[in-house]
Design a protein around this ligand. Sequence first.
Ligand code: NAD
Ligand code: UDP
Length: 338
Amino acid sequence: MEKFTLVTGGTGYIGSHTSVALMEAGYQVVIVDNLVNSSKKILSRIEQITGSAPVFIEADLRDTSTIIEIFSDYPITSVVHFAGLKAVGESVEEPVKYYDNNLGSTLSLLDAMALSEVSTLVFSSSATVYSSSEIAPFDEAAELGPTNPYGMSKYFIEQILSDIALGDDEWSIGLLRYFNPIGAHPTGLIGEMPTGIPNNLVPYIMQVAFEKLEKLFIFGDDYETPDGTCIRDYIHVVDLARGHLAALQFLEDANGSHVWNLGTGKGSSVLELVKMVEEVVGKPIPREVVGRRSGDIPVVFADVEKALNELSWRAENTLMQMCVDHWNWQRQNPDGYQ
Ligand code: NAD
Ligand code: UDP
């Protein structure tokens, strides 16, 4: 029997790569997205990669009656829920917008799922839910304590979903805590499309390499790390997408709520990443060390044993491959999907 999966936020960065992974594994994908941070043009790119286009419905998830209609129009049996706003800085400035969108979307989706008797859900959470007092590697039992409205919205949603699974054993829910997704599909057809000046390190470096931005500002080189810059666990977005497929397949034969880190288990410093990009693009990246960015934790990387043991999933791509694919995407699409 064909399996229909609803992918919310499926025209976004991680949602599009996961849609490809699901379609390549034989799932029928129905995408719902309001295009607040993505483009419809991605649909033909997905078709170029997989040979068929996913179903696409342009809608806001908070519009519950439309979501209920989608469940009645297609024989959907599971949901992968990416839709949300994700800029940490903006969430500090506009917390209500973040709580309204991220919590409102999820509650609306849950209402529609309950009414439609669909109870298998994979949710995009984030390593940002972990407390800054924890020491890397972070395992799933580490203390939680997000420090900004974006992270709080993920934390609240995790709590809501855990409560739902506790109260009704029909539900099967996976909370995926992503570390730092980078890279792009190896075809260079889909990738991340930051609007305006990127906040995250790798999209920023790539735009410096492409000479769209003048230089990289390194936020602090006086941390207690080997080279003084912060360490993060960068994971190839295609590995992350495969992680969703593994989680979904696990949940199809399980119930309750489950949490898995999706990372590589290895940390890389800002300077290591800069050097890797320099090697890939074959030229120096102009840079300047400036003060620390408020809220940055020196060392963040995942303990990945749980995902390996329970999902038989592990990240496979090297940091070099992540940089090669991200650069390839950047060069082929200097203006995103324009
Ligand atoms: P993205 O912005 O590229 O994708 C999110 C998609 O959701 C966009 O296409 C946007 O248009 C859509 N969307 C937002 N609000 C919506 C609404 N109310 N109704 C319908 N669609 C809506 O972001 P991404 O990087 O692909 O992230 C996907 C998910 O993963 C997000 O929930 C994000 O918080 C989470 N996450 C991302 C990262 C990261 O570094 N990219 C890290 C950890 C967690
Ligand atoms: N960073 C930087 N310059 C930038 C963007 C990020 O030095 O223009 C640093 C940042 O301080 C952090 C690391 O790069 O130490 C990764 O930042 P990113 O925002 O990509 O991920 P996060 O900190 O949210 O994990």
